[in-house]
Design a protein. Structure first.
Length: 153
């Protein structure tokens, strides 16, 4: 889609598939991470996010196996599953899949750079964003709950 031009019907269909899948994936992430959070409230480890990321990697690996080895999904189904549902569930699974493909192609330096830079630069960017917000003096919780974890029931 070019800037300023209306999207084609194919582009609109793809956008709707991503939006619908993203909504579904986000709800599943919210419910699963909330369930894990409520069962691990005494832990210091962010178990809900960890479980979502690991399950996301497992599921995207299975889906990619079917897509690549068996040519199992249509283009529209791939958009719905990969960009939509899995994108809404966890982008960590996309990071894992891209790194996996780099490793499969023997691009060890690029794969390693992707892992190190994504984590280090991501944490630096988070830190910069965090310090850019002025402190109102209202206090800061020692360890805030993840944003997508339900606070009640």
């Amino acid at each position: 889609m070019r800037l300023g031009s209306p999207p084609s019907m194919h582009e609109l269909k793809s956008i709707l598939l991503v939006a619908l899948g993203g909504a579904l994936g986000s709800v599943v992430r919210y419910k699963l991470s909330g369930w894990v959070f409520h069962h691990t409230t005494s832990w210091q480890f962010p178990a809900g996010t960890f479980v979502v990321n690991v399950i996301g990697c497992l599921v995207i690996g299975i889906l990619a196996g079917f897509a690549v080895k068996e040519d199992f999904f249509s283009a529209e189904t791939r958009i719905f599953l990969f960009s939509g549902i899995m994108g809404g569930f966890t982008t960590f699974s996309a990071f894992g899949l891209e790194t996996f493909y780099l490793l499969r192609r023997g691009e060890l330096l690029v794969a390693g750079s992707n892992v190190v830079l994504s984590v280090v630069v991501g944490l630096i960017a988070l830190w910069i964003g965090f310090i850019c917000v002025p402190h109102s003096g209202g206090g800061f919780p020692r360890q805030p709950a993840p944003a997508d974890t339900p606070k009640n029931g």
